[in-house]
Every structure is written in C-alpha cells, then in structure tokens.
Design a protein around this ligand. Structure first.
Ligand SMILES: Nc1ncnc2c1ncn2[C@@H]1O[C@H](COP(=O)(O)OP(=O)(O)OP(=O)(O)O)[C@@H](O)[C@H]1O
Length: 326
C-alpha cells in the first residue's frame, strides 16, 4: 500500500507541531509500572531518550508504534493517535528494535528490499532505495552475504538500514549502540546524527549510556522509573547546569571581593583559595558581568573557564521540580 503525499503530511504536521506528544501516558504490567503519567512533547531534529535499564524507554517506543496498548493516557505521533492509527504511523515511521531480530540466512540487501516492498515500494524502487540506505549506513559488499555471519556492528547497521528504507519522517532507534566497541559506537552515533541533519528525518534515539547522547542530540528527554525527569534542549540544559570557573588576582582577598560583588548582583558565587571563584553560569551575560565587576574592583582577570555538567548529573540533581518543557 503506497503512501500519498497528503497522507505523509499527517494531520498534525503543521509548522512547529510536535512530532510526538504524550499526555499522562501510563503503562502498567502486572508487577511493574513501566510508564507513569508521562506528559512530554518532542519536536523535530535529534532527540535523545535517556534512562537507566528499566526506565521505560522501549515501552514508550512500542506504544508510539501502536505495537502495545497504553493502560491510560494519550499519545500522538505525527498528529496520528497511536490507539487508532497504528498502521498509518508505522508506514511513516522507521523502527530499529533493541534486540537482535534479523534472519540469519538472508542477506542485508534482500531483507532491506523485502521490507521496502512491505512498506509499499514497487520492487525496482525498493531495490534502488535499499542500495542507497545500505551504502549510507556503511554496508558495502557485505550486504550480499547472509546476516548470520555479520559482526554486531554490521547487524546494527543492517537494522538501521531497514528502518530507513521507506523514507520515513521519523525514526525510533532503540539502543543503536548496544554491544558496540568504542570506535563502532562513535561511528554509529555519527550516523544517527547524519540521519537527522542530512536526511532531515526526525530521530528519537535511546540509550542508557547517558554521556553519548548529549553529543548528537538537539534535545534530551530523561526518564526515571517511567516518569519524566527532564526534557530540554541539550544546549539549554548544559548552560543551565554549568558553572564558570574564574581566576582573579591583584588583591589578597580577590576571590571574596568578586564573590561578594556577584552575590550583590544576584548571581551565586563561591570563592575558593584566594584566587578562584566558582560562578553559576546562567547565560552569556554572566561572562560580561564577571568582567565588569573585576574591572570595577581593580582586579586582574586571569581566566574564565566554563564547566558544563554532564547529563549523568541529572540523576543526582533531578526531581520532579526540575522538569523543563521542550
Ligand atoms: N512485557 C512485559 N511484561 C512485564 N514487564 C515488562 C514487560 N516489558 C517491560 N517490562 C518491565 O517494564 C519496565 C520498563 O521496561 P522497558 O523495557 O520499557 O525499559 P527500558 O528503559 O527500555 O530498559 P532496557 O534498556 O533495559 O530495555 C521494566 O521494569 C521491565 O521489566
């Protein structure tokens, strides 16, 4: 079944409309609440979905694809309701599952062509498109060999290729770096980033390795035990939680003088060992304020160094009060 241009646009595809929207989304299994009242909007670009094992990432993805029902709450993907329009959503969305699910005796080329046809492409178009995406993910001659003989990295690439073959508007990538060595992981992350930038496809990518997603994501959504811990632009998040390390000289108590002046200006600052001041970094104006106050106090400014906390720190700082809308 082909997908018309109108269908691809979707009911909620207006400018600025969220790609994914959930409202009080809850999923309970007999023994565990996998998602607990999750309300979040996710836009275009690359969004990292971060959470420890069992946080509810895979459950969310399966609900978004219409593969399992939510217990309560709502979810829309590209404006379509997951409870009613699962088939339509799956025709517009690519999915890379977490676990190994590839047939061992089929080549990546045959599999990708076949899945392209299943998504409605005629055979010649599916073949052309499969060759394109397999080349894009870096499977060259090996694509004609049976998948059973592939390395983990090659299998992950084949899974990614099949998610892209029908030219989706959104891809859901569940732990694409799982089982990869550091160098293959970097390659895979670069590939995921390029899907968002070069192809203009919205990407939701999950990982429990928190540090890796901040490098490639425009937005980060953090889940903890099925609840939303944070959702914000990656840059905004880094700035909001960063500090500026300032070194001053020229007077014996230079650190305390500058620290007090910053506090008087309403900025948190902690003096340390006579020359250093740790300053809360709110935005770019913080740098100007430090410079101006140092000049006013007759202090020499030796250096200013930004120190951004990593996403890992959310778990130490986090809590319901620190949720920021996307
Ligand atoms: N079919 C199921 N039946 C019962 N419990 C389930 C089922 N699927 C998931 N769970 C439980 O729901 C919780 C969330 O699981 P989920 O797989 O969504 O987490 P995750 O963040 O994707 O973690 P992982 O990275 O380990 O896959 C876990 O406690 C898990 O054991």
């Amino acid at each position: 079944m082909g997908v018309s241009v109108e269908d691809r646009a979707g009911p909620g595809s207006g400018h600025g409309a969220p790609v994914i929207r959930t409202g009080a989304l809850t999923k309970t299994y007999p023994r565990v609440t996998a998602l607990d009242g999750l309300t979040v909007d996710i836009g275009g670009g690359v969004t990292g979905l971060v959470g420890a094992n069992g946080a509810g990432k895979s459950t969310l993805i399966k609900i978004l694809l219409g593969l399992i029902p939510a217990t309560s709450g709502t979810a829309q993907v590209l404006g379509y309701d997951v409870a009613r329009d699962g088939g339509r959503i799956r025709s517009l969305v690519g999915y890379m599952p977490e676990h190994d699910c590839l047939p061992a005796d089929v080549s990546a080329s045959d599999l990708t062509v076949h899945l392209g046809q299943m998504s409605g492409l005629p055979y010649p178009a599916a073949r052309e498109r499969a060759a394109d995406v397999l080349r894009h993910v870096g499977l060259a001659e090996e694509r004609y060999r049976p998948i059973g003989g592939y390395s983990t990295g090659m299998k992950q690439r084949a899974k990614l290729a099949q998610a892209l073959v029908h030219d989706p508007r959104l891809v859901l990538l569940d732990e694409p770096t799982n089982g990869l060595d550091p160098s293959s992981r970097d390659d895979m992350l670069a590939l995921v980033r390029r899907i968002g930038t070069d192809f203009g496809i919205a990407v939701l990518v999950t990982s429990h390795l928190l540090g890796e997603l901040e490098r490639i994501s425009d937005h980060v959504v953090v889940l903890d035990s099925g609840r939303l811990l944070r959702a914000s632009a990656t840059t905004e998040f880094l700035h909001r939680t960063g500090t500026l390390l300032v070194e001053v000289q020229g007077k014996p108590d230079a650190d305390r003088l500058l620290g007090q002046a910053l506090l008087d200006a309403g900025v948190r600052a902690t003096p340390a060992d006579g020359r250093m001041v740790e300053v809360e970094l709110r935005d770019d104006a913080t740098h100007d304020l430090v410079r101006d106050l140092a000049v006013d106090l007759g202090l020499g400014l030796v250096r200013m160094q930004e120190r951004h906390h990593r996403i890992e720190d959310v778990f130490r700082e986090g809590g319901a009060g620190s949720v920021h809308p996307v």
